[in-house]
Design a protein around this ligand. Sequence first.
Ligand SMILES: Cc1ncc(C[n+]2csc(CCOP(=O)(O)OP(=O)(O)O)c2C)c(N)n1
Ligand SMILES: [Mg+2]
Length: 542
Amino acid sequence: MSSRKPASTKTKSLTVKQATLDLLRAFGIRRVFGNPGSTELPFLSDWPDDIDYVLGLQEASVVGMADGYAQATRNAGFVNLHSAAGVGNALGNIYTAHRNQTPLVITAGQQARSILPLQAFLHADRASEFPRPYVKYSVEPARAEDVPAAIARAYYTAMQPPCGPTFVSVPIDDWTHQVAPISARKVAREIGPDHEAMQALVAALAASKHPALVVGPGVDRAGAVDLMVKVAEKAKAAVWVSPFSARCSFPERHPQFSGFLHASPGQLSDALRPYDLVVVIGAPVFTFHVEGHAAIFDGTTTIFQITDDPDAAAVTPAGSSIVTTMKPALSMLLEMLPDTKRAAPAGRTLPPAPSAADPIPVEFLMHSLSSAMPADAALVEEIPSHRPAMQKFMPMRGQDSFYTMASGGLGYSLPAAVGMALGRGDRHTVCLIGDGSTMYSIQALWTAAQRKLPLTVVVINNAGYGAMRSFSQVMQVRNVPGLDLPDIDFVKLAEGMGCNAVRVAKASELVPSLQRSLGHKGTSLVEVIVDSSVPLLYAQKG
Ligand SMILES: Cc1ncc(C[n+]2csc(CCOP(=O)(O)OP(=O)(O)O)c2C)c(N)n1
Ligand SMILES: [Mg+2]
């Protein structure tokens, strides 16, 4: 028998709520993102001055903002939602946080334990199951006293690579229970690579005639872009971006930067055909969006993967995977790589600047925005049909410069940009977003305007779901309803929520409007009416 005292005899000196707030402070969490309801009131009562409650007006925006903020600050975002309905509204962006590998601790209110058996108003049935499978840990603690430890566990689990959201459902009457304080602990998160596996990778790189590195969001997420550049330069390898990379992990003006891989098995295989060795770093092998033959897996190309995600390693169809966090792996690679006599590969050639025209060509908008943005600005993007144009005309800087969602779920980037702006201090944030995408979580603008966040939202208005028009062509389907979005006035919507806003329909007005908006101290929106013709996505050339 253990001689330890049973837990119930420990000193009980504070409430579940105080213990939770103390944990947040110890974890360096100074903001809580939420939308309140009756089941959360005991948590929110007498709110302390040192923790900022960030109000979002719909739960998709709440979670999107927390995600952007967590990415900007590299600490878990803390979220407080309202029972089943609040979690339901949030689910799309919880899925996105899972795909983004963003650490979030999501709490939700629950009805009082005593009336749960009566299926009371606002109760959540099987609350911990609702956000699964997109949370790494999910619980409604068995006892009120277990809530702070559950929140601590949710934090450590969310922050451990592969990072992601976790969930704790808290009955309304738990917050006022007495509990023993719990201390925050240090949990080291880097995991080093297997030495033998790294030796095999180094040998393959040394023997390769034409190696390619395929970099994905994991590198930028780990703050390892500078290391990545050193490895690429030492290896004299071509550098490609993994399909749908949600962050920029390599400077896109670097001479070895070769371009973006398509999420099409055929096109990706064609692009990688010249290389005898492909090393995928911080990305899945590979994220596809359309069907096709992945000749890359036929056995002629040697494939290695460096990933912090054991699941990503497990689903990889070919080659060798090394499960490790990025910094130890890239440092070891840099140390072990021998100098090479290979000639450095020639990177991509950037196209000439596009010309102004009316209606405004999207390419001209991209180029103008890229030139007008301050050097330290970050871009948060959700422009499904215009990504190829952005990739051509807006070369990103590198570390912490570019964000989008890894999920494909719209309604992420506007609130994420608001959270990003909140986490980036004085440095400007730009959200580049389609008219359709803007409408999914439009109320995030209100939070930004209230707080006068340094954020410029550029809405590309092509009066519709351009990507769906384009996809209809790719899939050869006709007469699809629901793709046109006429008569949305983004200036009025933004002004109605307290933002500065302007509409631009003439190329001659574009640059001055962008400059004014980027210089504005606070949140502003520029609606740009563009040529509504759509590029053919997954076209063989382009
Ligand atoms: C939550 C969600 N609903 C629907 C879709 C399907 N979808 C993909 S792209 C797209 C159109 C987006 O329109 P817009 O933001 O205007 O960009 P455009 O395609 O015109 O460039 C839609 C509806 C999605 N990806 N996510
Ligand atoms: Mg559109």
